[in-house]
Design a protein around this ligand. Structure first.
Ligand code: S3P
Length: 175
């Protein structure tokens, strides 16, 4: 199967910095930037929270897979930031790996919690015990992110610029 290596795909948990790193990386490399959550929101004319409420999570997950199927044909020279649940479905993992070079931005539960404790836009964390939910989800998801990725990048204590520079220097060896 053909693999469009000129795309870079960022996967990882909510709050890992996929969108911020992705925007900076795309600017630095003069590539396009696409965020799957933003794209789905635009197409459905609903926020993710509204979508989960009115259409259900399953509908959102279907939108994610459909988007990847489309990107498999069309995406080029793009940094793609994905929603944190994207690699949970095996079909998505295989699509992601065909579309580009996959990087897992790894974060700890503490950092994630600090970043997201006041956030109201992630429906999966609007619960009584968000720290517990983060911990549970990370336990299940980290091995999945690791399996999906060509590269695992620990982001702890690193600035966005530093992460971008690390990706650029590592990627030169793969390009
Ligand atoms: C989700 C992560 C979110 C968004 C949705 C579901 C998840 O994206 O896709 O709320 O299942 O982890 P971010 O990772 O950009 O927050």
């Amino acid at each position: 199967m053909k693999r469009e290596k000129n795309n870079i795909i960022l996967v990882g948990f909510m709050g890992a910095g996929k969108s911020s790193v992705g925007t900076c990386l795309a600017n630095t490399l003069s590539m396009n930037f696409v965020d799957t959550d933003n794209e789905i929101e635009k197409r459905c004319q609903l926020t993710i929270s509204e979508m989960f409420k009115s259409r259900g999570e399953e509908f959102f997950r279907l939108m994610e897979t459909n988007l990847l199927k489309e990107y498999q044909e069309t995406l080029t020279q793009t940094v793609l930031s994905t929603g944190g649940g994207m690699p949970l479905c095996a079909e998505n993992v295989s699509l992601l790996r065909k579309i580009g070079f996959v990087i897992f931005l790894k974060t700890s539960k503490e950092v994630t919690y600090q970043r997201l404790k006041s956030d109201t836009t992630r429906p999966l964390l609007q619960c009584e015990n968000p720290l517990g939910a983060i911990e549970q989800m990370l336990k299940i998801r980290v091995p999945i992110y690791e399996t999906c990725a060509d590269l695992v990048l620990e982001t702890k204590d690193k600035s966005i610029d530093r992460i971008v520079q690390e990706i650029i220097s590592i990627r030169e060896n793969f390009a």
